[in-house]
Ligand binder design. Structure first.
Ligand code: GDP
Ligand code: MN
Length: 398
């Protein structure tokens, strides 16, 4: 899960990473009120920042300085509703602006290819960091971090020294780095990034921006539910998650259910390919029901897939392994029965391809059950083609 900047900064503040004061507004009027609060304290200059989970907001016009409440309202009006890289801005952060003397870059991340954690630090931070990394890579230091040793004061000093930070910023930046590492390690993040880490005219070092990616696999031992973003997640995906299903909503018309992530991924490709012939029919979702799929899991999966209003047909593509095809076939039969009993009669055609362990018995069970909406096809390519064809036919009412 990625956090919004304001959430990242709330987390930073909990760990003592210095950030500007700020609050989130969902309307221009609210932005005005927050700015009025700062103005009353003698700090009228604020920065109005689009809260979207995308980088490059500044360049896209989503970060604007405002002098006083009415300017803050006006800037918020411009930014709210803006589209930044496909993300609509629903909220803005109104932060007390700082006078930036220099902009640095600092992050910790999991480097999968190097199989370790890495700190990245540069004296040349700011909105052009990608460009710097490209044209002047030696200006961007990468320092491996031993996961067991972590980042203590000495390691933090090594990181900011490697980044080339000047003496007037180094000590404070090292303290910031040590605390930022605590955020990274204690919160089970895969990325924490501060760009810019700014040196102000007053000689303070603080995190002006914040990006955090949390490892969802560690959610069970964290209190990250408070960061969940209901607006940003698809309602079907939320329902699937509640049922512990590995489901991703896509834009097409053929519902997909398979076992094993690799098989489901290739099923998506095959359906998209076959669908070209039928006016661009495409897969409607990714759903991996995993190795030991029970009838309940199959029923839950079918229910989720079928409640997607764009779905016109379903393709169940199973390669029997540990779970044999006869168990899957029984699962399909009872799943359709279960859905009927729940008052959710299945009306869309379901194309089933069973192969692998005990496929013949699985096919026999489905044949014998003689369910009107279920059609078996022997190969993956033919099954994909048939599912795409039926989706196209359903769409045109044929
Ligand atoms: P990004 O473009 O999405 O990375 O958004 P940032 O939060 O990093 O803001 C982009 C740029 O806006 C920063 O690099 C700063 O140059 C500038 N900026 C952001 N906040 C302030 C502020 O409080 N004061 C000043 N002077 N500039 C700011
Ligand atoms: Mn930034």
């Amino acid at each position: 899960m990625d956090l919004f900047e304001h959430q990242a900064k709330e987390l930073f503040a909990e760990y003592g990473v210095p950030v500007q004061r700020g609050r989130v507004a969902a309307s221009p009027e609210e932005a005005r009120e927050i700015a009025a609060g700062f103005a009353a304290e003698g700090a009228p200059l604020v920065v109005v920042k689009a809260q979207v989970k995308a980088g490059g907001r500044g360049k896209a016009g989503g970060v604007k300085l405002a002098d006083g409440p009415s300017e803050a309202e006006q800037k918020a009006r411009q930014i709210l509703g803006m589209d930044i890289k496909g993300h609509t801005v629903h909220k803005v952060l109104i932060a007390s602006a700082c006078d930036i003397a220099q902009e640095y870059y600092l992050s910790f991340l999991l480097d999968r290819s190097a199989r370790t954690f890495v700190a990245i630090c540069s004296v040349q931070g700011g909105v052009e960091i990608e460009e710097v990394a490209h044209t002047n890579p030696e200006a961007v230091a990468r320092i491996p971090v031993d996961p067991l040793a972590g980042v203590d004061a000495a390691k933090a000093a090594e990181i900011v020294r490697a980044g080339g930070l000047p003496p007037e910023a180094a000590a404070q930046a090292a303290v910031l780095a040590e605390r930022l590492w605590s955020v990274f390690a204690d919160e089970d993040a895969t990325l924490v990034e501060v760009n810019p880490m700014a040196l102000t005219d007053q000689g303070e070092v603080l995190a002006v921006d914040g990006k955090v990616s949390l490892d969802d696999n560690a959610a069970f031992r964290q209190e990250h539910a408070r960061f969940a973003d209901s607006e940003g997640t698809d309602p079907l995906e939320s329902r699937a998650k509640a049922k512990h299903l590995n489901y991703v909503k896509l834009e097409g018309q053929v519902g997909i259910i398979g076992n094993g992530a690799g098989l489901v991924m290739s099923t998506l490709d095959v359906v998209a390919y076959a669908g070209e012939e039928f006016g661009g029919v495409r897969p409607a979702n990714f759903l991996d029901i995993g190795g030991g799929a029970s009838a309940e899991v199959m029923a839950d999966g079918l229910e989720i897939v079928l409640s997607d209003p764009s779905v016109r047909s379903v393709l169940v593509n199973v390669f029997g392994g540990i779970t044999s095809c006869d168990a899957v076939a029984n699962g399909i039969v009872s799943a359709i029965g279960m859905l009927g009993a729940r008052g959710e009669q299945v009306r869309h055609p379901i194309v089933v391809r069973l192969d692998g362990n005990n496929a013949a018995e699985g096919r026999r069970i489905l044949d014998e059950a003689a369910i009107g909406v279920v059609e078996q096809v022997a190969t993956m390519d033919d099954a994909a083609r048939r599912a795409a064809e039926m989706a196209a036919a359903a769409a045109t009412g044929a």
